[in-house]
Design a protein around this ligand. Structure first.
Ligand code: SAM
Ligand code: DTB
Ligand code: SF4
Length: 335
C-alpha cells in the first residue's frame, strides 16, 4: 500500500482501479477496518435552503437558470430549517447538510441567516455542513465562528474534463474556495460525480487531486449522475454500479481516514450494489426522501437495508469529525 504521506499519482491509482473487483474490495475493506467502525454508516440529511435560479451552467444540475426547470425559490427561514434539522435528528441523522443554489455565497442579510442556521443546527448537537458555492476568506471565518463542521464544495471531475461540464467557473476557482475553507479551520468535504461521459483517467485524476490536497478532505461524496431531463446530461446512460463500487474503494484506499459518502444516485442502485459500496469502504449515505431537488430512497428502506445487512447508523460520538478534530479557527477579531 502507498504511504499516505506520499503524493498519489494517476499510475498508482490506475493500478488499484484495474485490480479484480473482489481484490480491490477486499483491500478497501481491510483499510476501512483500520480506521473506522466496520458496521457503522453515518446518516446525513440534506436540505435545499435556497433552490433554483443559479447563475452557473453546471451541465448536470437542474438548478441552473440556464437549463434547469426547477422553480427559483427564496432562502428559507431559519425556523423552518431548524424544524427540519430537529426532525432529521429524531429520525437518526447525525449530520445536517444545507445546500444553496448560489454561484458564490451571498453577503448581507442572506449570509447572516445562513450563519443563524449553522448555529441553530450545531445547538442541536448535529454536525453542520453547508454548500453555498464560492466563498471568500471572511465568509469562511464567519462560518467557522458559527461552528460549521464542514463545507462541501466538490471538484466534480478531473481538471482536464472539468471544462466539458462547467464553463462559468474554473477548476482553480474550486481549489481556491477549498483553501479558504481549510484556512479558516473548517473541514473540507469534496468529491465528485461519475457518469458524465468522463474517462476512467478523469475519475482517477479527480481522486488523485483530492488525495493530494493539503489538508486532505475529511469527507468525500461520491455521486452517480442523476440524469435530469432538460439538463445537457439528461440523456446520459445509467452508471454501471461496479464503477461506483470501484470509486468508493479507491476513495477509501487513497483517503483512508475520510468519511466516504455514497451520495446521489442511490435510488437507481440495488440493495446488493449499495452493500458492495459499503464493503468497499463507503460509510455514509444521504438519508431522507429527497436530495436537493431529486429523489432519494425512503428512510424506512434505508433503515431496513442497514438492519438486514447487520449494519447500524453511526452514533454522534463516532463521527469522523470528532475523531480527526481540525485546528481551531482563527478568531475573527485577530484575523
Ligand atoms: N451551488 C453549490 C455548488 O455547486 O457548489 C452547492 C450546491 S450543488 C447542487 C452541490 C453538488 O451537487 C454539485 O457540486 C454536484 O457534485 C452535485 N450534483 C448536482 N446535481 C447533480 C446531479 N444531477 N447528479 C449528481 N450530483 C449532482
Ligand atoms: C454532494 O456531493 N451531493 C449532494 C450534496 N453534496 C450537496 C447533492 C446531490 C444533488 C443531486 C441532485 C439534486 O437533488 O438536485
Ligand atoms: Fe449552481 Fe451548484 Fe447547480 Fe452548479 S451545481 S448550477 S453552482 S446549484
Amino acid at each position: 500500500m502507498v504511504d499516505t504521506n506520499e503524493q498519489w499519482t494517476v499510475k498508482q491509482a490506475r493500478a488499484l482501479y484495474e485490480l479484480p473487483l473482489t481484490e480491490l474490495v477486499f483491500r478497501a475493506q481491510s483499510t476501512h477496518r483500520d480506521h473506522h467502525p466496520p458496521d457503522a454508516v453515518q446518516l446525513c440529511t440534506l436540505l435545499s435552503v435556497k433552490t433554483g435560479g443559479c447563475a452557473e451552467d453546471c451541465s448536470y444540475c437542474p438548478q441552473s437558470a440556464r437549463h434547469g426547470d426547477v422553480e427559483a425559490e427564496p432562502l428559507l427561514d431559519v425556523e423552518e430549517v431548524l424544524a427540519r434539522a430537529r426532525a432529521a435528528k429524531s429520525s437518526g441523522a447525525t449530520r445536517f447538510c444545507m445546500g444553496a443554489a448560489w454561484r458564490r455565497a451571498r453577503g448581507g442579510a442572506d449570509f447572516e441567516r445562513v450563519l443563524a442556521m449553522v448555529r441553530g443546527v450545531r445547538s442541536l448537537d448535529l454536525e453542520a455542513c453547508v454548500t453555498l458555492g464560492m466563498l471568500d476568506a471572511d465568509q469562511a471565518l464567519a462560518l467557522a465562528e458559527a461552528g460549521l463542521t464542514a463545507y462541501n464544495h466538490n471538484l466534480d471531475t478531473s481538471k482536464e474534463f472539468y471544462g466539458e461540464v462547467i464553463t462559468t467557473r474554473s477548476f482553480e476557482d474550486r481549489l481556491d474556495t477549498l483553501s479558504k475553507v481549510s484556512g479558516a479551520g473548517i473541514r473540507v468535504c469534496s468529491g465528485g460525480i461519475i457518469g458524465m461521459g468522463e474517462s476512467v483517467g478523469d475519475r482517477l485524476g479527480l481522486l488523485v487531486t483530492l488525495a493530494n490536497l493539503e489538508p486532505r478532505p475529511e469527507s468525500v461524496p461520491i455521486n452517480a449522475l442523476v440524469p435530469v431531463a432538460g439538463t445537457p446530461l439528461g440523456d446520459r446512460p445509467r452508471v454501471d454500479p461496479f464503477d461506483l463500487v470501484r470509486m468508493c474503494a479507491l476513495a477509501r484506499l487513497m483517503l483512508p481516514k475520510a468519511t466516504v459518502r455514497l451520495s446521489a444516485g442511490r435510488s437507481e442502485l440495488s440493495r446488493e450494489a449499495q452493500l458492495l459500496c459499503f464493503m468497499a469502504g463507503a460509510n455514509s449515505i444521504f438519508y431522507g426522501d429527497k436530495l436537493l431537488t431529486t429523489g432519494n430512497p425512503d428512510t424506512a428502506d434505508d433503515l431496513a437495508l442497514l438492519r438486514d445487512a447487520g449494519l447500524r447508523p453511526m452514533r454522534a460520538d463516532e463521527c469522523a469529525a470528532d475523531e480527526h478534530a481540525a485546528p481551531s479557527p482563527t478568531p475573527r477579531a485577530s484575523a
